[in-house]
Design a protein around this ligand. Structure first.
Ligand code: 5AD
Ligand code: SF4
Length: 438
C-alpha cells in the first residue's frame, strides 16, 4: 500500500509465503490468508486499510481465513489500538522491524489458533538473505538502507522505520550481481535518504567492510555501473542537503545511471523549508539544480511537493510555484499536507483550512500539467532509448517501455523485444505517455 520500500518488503513477504507453500492470488474469495502491507505517510493511505478491513469481515466469518497486517501503520500505537478494538477478527499484527519473523507468526497463528502481535519499537537489524518473489523479471528494487534520521517536521517515517542504517556494500553488490545473472536490466536503489548511504556507520565508526571500493553512495553507483548485464540504474530518494559533488560526478560519469534525478523539493519557500526542518533554502535548492544541470548532460528532474504545510501563506506558496516554473520538472508528485500524529507539524497551531489546501493543490497541478504538455513536445521527432517492459495494459497489440527520463512510451513491436533496449522515434505525445515507432 505504500512506497517502493514498502513494495520491496511486500516482495519479501511473498517470497517467504511462497517458501511456506502458498501461491499468490488477488482474489480475496480464493485466499486462505489476506496480508496487508500498510503505509501511514498520509491519511488517505491509512483510510485504504480501514475500507478493506470492513469488506473482509464477512469473508472472515464465512470462511475463517487468516488476516495479517504489517508495515508502517503497525508502528503507530493509536492504530493498533483501533484495530484491536474495532476489527478484533484480525489474526496477526506485525511491524516494520519484525518482517523477517512473519513465517513464525503465521505458523503460531495457525498452530495455536491464537492472535499474534509482533511489533517492536527498537530499530531492527538488517536481515540478509530473505527469500524474495519479485513482481518483474526486468526491473528490480534493491534496498540499500533502512530508516531515516532527518525528522522533517511533517513526516512520520522516522518514527515508524527507525534510525538510519545501511546494508553492507558486499551484500548489495552481490545481490545486484545475482540479479544481473538472472537477466534483470534495471536496478532501483532504495532508501529514505539514499545519498547518506554509510554516513551513520562512518560517523559512529560502525565497521561496514569496504567491498569493491564501495565506501559511500557515489562509490556504490560506480561499482554497480561496472556490473555486466545491468543496463540502467535508478535511485530514490536522495535529500538535497546531502547531494555532494562526488555523487554528481558519479552520475555524470556512469553511463548506466539514468539522468532523471528525483530531488524532493517539498516547498519553494525558505521560511516554510525551515519550519519543515529541510535544512536548505530556496536559493540553495536552485543553485544545486543549476550545478547539476551544468555537470550532468541531459539531466532531467522529478520532485515531491507538499502544499498547505502549517502556516504557509499565499506568498510563500507562490515561491513553490516559482521554483516549479524555474526548474521545469519532468514529473512532480504533489501532496496535500496531511497531519500525522506524533510529528511536530501536527502540533503547529496555524493549520491551513482544507479548502485552501485543495485550491493550492489545484493551482500547482494546473501549472505542472501545462509544463508537462510543453515538455512532451520536446520529445517529438527525437530518438529515445526505451527499455521494453511488456505488453501495454490497455492494448495487448502494443508494447510499453520507459525512456531514461522515466517517460512511458507505447509502440508496436514483436514480443521478443520485451526485456531489451530499443531505439524508438517519438511520433506523438499524450500527456502521460508518448507514442514511438521503430
Ligand atoms: N503530508 C503530505 N505529504 C507528505 N509526504 C510525507 N509526509 C507527508 C505528509 N504528512 C510526502 C513528501 C514525501 C513523499 C514520499 O510524501 O512529499 O517526499
Ligand atoms: Fe509509507 Fe513511508 Fe512507510 Fe513508505 S516508509 S510505506 S511512504 S510510511
Amino acid at each position: 500500500m505504500g512506497c517502493q520500500l514498502n513494495e520491496n518488503d511486500s516482495e519479501k513477504l511473498c517470497g517467504m509465503l511462497e517458501k511456506m507453500g502458498y501461491d499468490k492470488t488477488e482474489d480475496t474469495k480464493q485466499a486462505d490468508i489476506v496480508l496487508f502491507n500498510t503505509c501511514c505517510v498520509r491519511e488517505n493511505a491509512e483510510d485504504k486499510l480501514f475500507g478493506k478491513l470492513g469488506e473482509l469481515k464477512k469473508i472472515k466469518e464465512e470462511k475463517g481465513i487468516i488476516i495479517a497486517i504489517g508495515g508502517c501503520m503497525m508502528q503507530e500505537k493509536h492504530i493498533t489500538d483501533k484495530i484491536k478494538e474495532s476489527y478484533p477478527f484480525v489474526d496477526i499484527l506485525f511491524g516494520t522491524h519484525t518482517l523477517h519473523r512473519f513465517p513464525e507468526d503465521l505458523y503460531q497463528a495457525l498452530q495455536e489458533k491464537r492472535k499474534q502481535e509482533d511489533i517492536i519499537d527498537i530499530d531492527g537489524e538488517i536481515h540478509e538473505g530473505l527469500p524474495i518473489k519479485r513482481e518483474s523479471s526486468i526491473k528490480a528494487s534493491v534496498t540499500i538502507m533502512n530508516g531515516c534520521n532527518n525528522f522533517c517536521s511533517y513526516c512520520i517515517v522516522p518514527y515508524v522505520r527507525g534510525r538510519e542504517r545501511s546494508r553492507k556494500p558486499r551484500a548489495i553488490i552481490e545481490e545486484v550481481k545475482e540479479l544481473a545473472k538472472q537477466g534483470y536490466q534495471e536496478i532501483t536503489l532504495l532508501g529514505q535518504n539514499v545519498n547518506s548511504y554509510l554516513r551513520v556507520e562512518k560517523e559512529k565508526q560502525i565497521p561496514f567492510e569496504e567491498y569493491e571500493g564501495v565506501n559511500s553512495f557515489a562509490t556504490l553507483l560506480r561499482a554497480i555501473n561496472k556490473i555486466e548485464g545491468i543496463q540502467r540504474i535508478r535511485f530514490v530518494s536522495p535529500h538535497p542537503k546531502d547531494f555532494t559533488d562526488d555523487v554528481i560526478q558519479a552520475i555524470a560519469d556512469c553511463e548506466k545511471v539514468c539522468k532523471l534525478i528525483h530531488l524532493p523539493l517539498q516547498s519553494g519557500n525558505t521560511k516554510v523549508l525551515k519550519e519543515m526542518n529541510r535544512k536548505y533554502t530556496k536559493e540553495q535548492y536552485l543553485n544545486l539544480v543549476e550545478k547539476m544541470k551544468n555537470k550532468i548532460p541531459n539531466l532531467t528532474l522529478s520532485t515531491d511537493i507538499i502544499v498547505g504545510f502549517p502556516g504557509e501563506t499565499e506568498e510563500e506558496f507562490k515561491d513553490t510555484l516559482d521554483v516549479v516554473e524555474k526548474v521545469k520538472f519532468e514529473q512532480v508528485y504533489m501532496f496535500i499536507y496531511s497531519r500525522r500524529i506524533g510529528t511536530p507539524g501536527d502540533k503547529m497551531e496555524n493549520q491551513i483550512p482544507e479548502e485552501i489546501k485543495h485550491q493550492r493543490f489545484n493551482r500547482l497541478k494546473a501549472l505542472v500539467e501545462s509544463q508537462i504538455e510543453e515538455n512532451n513536445q520536446k520529445y517529438i521527432g527525437t530518438t529515445q532509448k526505451v527499455l521494453v517492459e511488456g505488453e501495454s495494459k490497455n492494448n495487448s497489440k502494443m508494447l510499453t517501455g520507459r525512456t531514461d527520463s522515466n517517460k512511458v512510451v507505447i509502440f508496436e513491436g514483436p514480443k521478443e523485444w520485451i526485456g531489451t533496449m530499443q531505439d524508438l522515434k517519438i511520433v506523438s505525445e499524450h500527456m502521460w505517455y508518448l507514442k514511438g515507432e521503430k
